[in-house]
Design a protein around this ligand. Sequence first.
Ligand code: HEM
Length: 473
Amino acid sequence: MATQTLKKLTPEELKNIQGIIISGYGHLPNSEYQFLATSDTSLAKNWLAAIIPKITTAHRPDDENGKKKKPGCALNIAFTYAGIKKFGPAFVSGFSQEFAEGITEPHRTRRLGDDGNSAPELWDIKEEGVHILLIIQAPNIEERDTFSNELKSDYTRFGISLVKSEYGNQPPNNKEHFGFTDSISQPFIEHSPATPKGTQSCVRAGEFILGYHNEYELLPATPTIKATDDKNDYLPGLSTDNNLKDFGCNGSYLVFRKLYQDVAGFNSYLDANTKSAEHKALVAAKFVGRWPSGTPLVISPDIDIPDVNDKNNFFFMNNDAKGLSCPIASHIRRSNPRDSLAGNQEQSIKTVNRHRLLRRGIQYGQPFPGGSLDDGQDRGILFLCVNADIKRQFEFVQQTWINNPKFGDMYNDRDPIAGNNFDPRGDNSGKEYNMTIPSSVREVFTGIPRFVQVKGGGYFFLPAIPALKYLTV
Ligand code: HEM
């Protein structure tokens, strides 16, 4: 097959790319994430060959009215490093170090702040002992279970065991458990069919898909095999070396985190530290950077105006450089600082675009009944994000922006939503962090507890269809 330097996502490429990279499938609010292990590689290869036609790709054929058809259910498949090695057929080299080492490698755990109650030894699910992650998305629980049971009915025969299932359900209003509308801001991928025509603020496809140029104008590092090992000529050649084939082309990396939300803790902290219901609502919004409706504080700093046309059309520097509307330490300003990093605005956007994440997760657990008493139920987000470079994207955002007490010239603040704040069992036990709200009257909230605890995680690779076929040999 010819060597290629890809610049555009063509319909042919879309047929090879797994669908979850291009779409979150918002119309499919019921998910099951199946974590699988395989004992017999040759049986598992047969299973994989049978399942490939069921994988949802990014290609959407037209319906009878000429509109792009949405899939009725979606199925995507990802592998741990141990999983890829198990399937072979020959050694695939050149995976990123983060993926090969895994999310629970001790230095990484420290960098991500996964300590105390969030330490991997306490997790419900982690990548050790897991080879495959199947992501099933369906319009309702019945169809999810029908699809899932159909898949499960093959497992014994093919030597596959189900290590664990995690179930997600997205409420129609998209509100996460703290009460804020989620899934609003996502990067637009250049040349993606999901990107509205004429969109200016696109991120290069290579930030999310291997084989395309990234924000450094480079092709991302990609895993390869010896050309002679690809007997069926499934994989494209590598442009820089005729002796190698590109296993990674049209694939990507996937980060999974099971994030438990302590809603009772969130509510009781706010109750104890605010003066009135209005003050509580404002402070909670300042923690997030948006109102419960999703309206950004930059657009409406004092009250929630749900009726804002485009809730993602804003920057920080022109009217909120000091964070008087949207605090610098807030969740959205840390996880996507837009134009507000040091230096000029244009340079900031350029830099930030090298650290974007495509969030593909879903909520789990039932809604919190209200109040500040813990009902003992498990709830949170099954966080998934797609990125071509786990270190430069997910890990950077978590470590350098979310967990960094000195972010944006702050002194001792971490992200109040997703940061590793005070945890009595944590490595930093006894160390407390603040949330500074620099409004007309500056408020400093001290001793922010860790409202979000990590309960699971794993690094996965989402191969393109030709790479999946190669794994069946
Ligand atoms: C349970 C934990 C979390 C909760 C409750 C949460 C909640 C939210 C909410 C309400 C928004 C605003 C709505 C939106 O733009 O979609 C948001 C945005 C965002 N979150 Fe989180 N989040 C959590 C964890 C994380 C983590 C761990 C990361 C990354 C490592 C992250 C990255 C982002 C990003 C990149 C945005 C978009 C910011 C923007 O572009 O304006 N979140 N999150």
